[in-house]
Ligand binder design. Sequence first.
Ligand code: GDP
Ligand code: MN
Length: 379
Amino acid sequence: MDLFEYQGKQFFGSFDIPVSRGRAVTTVDDAVAAAEEIGQYPVVVKAQVQVGGRGKAGGIKLADNADEVRTYASDIIGMDIKGHTVHVVWIEVASDIAEEYYASFTLDRSAKKHLGMLSAQGGVEIETVAETDPDAIAKIWIDPVDGLSESVAREWVEAAKLNPDATDGAVDILLKLYRAYTEGDADLVEINPLILKPTGEVHALDAKVTLDGNAAFRHDWADYEATQERDVREQAAHEKGLQYVGLEGSVGIIANGAGLAMSTLDVVNQVGGSASNFLDIGGGADAEVMTGALEVINNDPSVKAIFINIFGGITRGEEVANGIVEALNRVTIDSPIVIRLDGTNADEGRSILEPHLSDSLQMQPTMLDAARKVVELAG
Ligand code: GDP
Ligand code: MN
């Protein structure tokens, strides 16, 4: 789950990371009122979209008075930044900047450790720094069992060659940022730029946070959840509790289990097709779940054929087959369906499906055969 900057700052604030005082608003009048309430100019008017490079795109402006806030807010609200429309602007007290740095934590899956990146070259995209001057990024790998100690953080800051004036402030923020990342259950926390002020304070001027949706039950993330931007197909699937990711192709896929769903995508690709989605219906393949899954896929105009790939485990073949038959009684599906059913009690399941088979509901003995057939039907 990706947060907007203002939410990321709220998240950082709850871990005591210094951020600028500000307010999120959705109208020009509220932007002016917010600036007046902040009571101190200049303020920064910042477009809230989940994409980088807002500054370059004209989505970040310093305003010296209420009139300028009005001008910039009306320019920015409704602006399109790389395909994202601005609905919210964040107004915050402007900061004086002596230097701009970069700091982040993410998971390095192959190393099975947390990866911290720190650079004295901030305010530009880290990918650019990685290309032009990779040595300018100081990396550390942190064993989650050990955590990040103050002495390691200090060595890390020294290795990144920040201004010595920034050392104490940076160490303090990095320790807090690591706590936000681990205790806050984030997959990514990034501050770019992390600034050194002329006064010597270190401060987060931007916030990019991705939370781990699997940890939502441990937190109160309702406000963050409410503003998630989903593609309409993903929204519909989400409301039905389905694990769904929209893709660009023409073969709709329903499988039970994330591993099988991914293999199904691969096999469809292998035989020259392309999937329109990833959809894992999980363990239970009853009529309710199957109906929901078929509805979501049926509403996607790019789908030309549907592949139902089920491997019975705890859910037995006859339950799956009954679920599919019942689902097809409830919804009318526009595209032909190809089923592959294997695993526990597959034979019983297949005999239940047998009398219902037609040109628009076909069955194939193996995953590869089914993939070939469905790709052929998708044209
Ligand atoms: P991004 O372009 O989407 O990453 O947005 P940022 O929030 O990182 O802002 C981009 C740039 O705008 C920063 O690197 C700063 O140079 C500048 N900027 C943002 N806030 C302030 C501020 O309070 N004061 C000053 N002087 N510059 C700012
Ligand atoms: Mn930034």
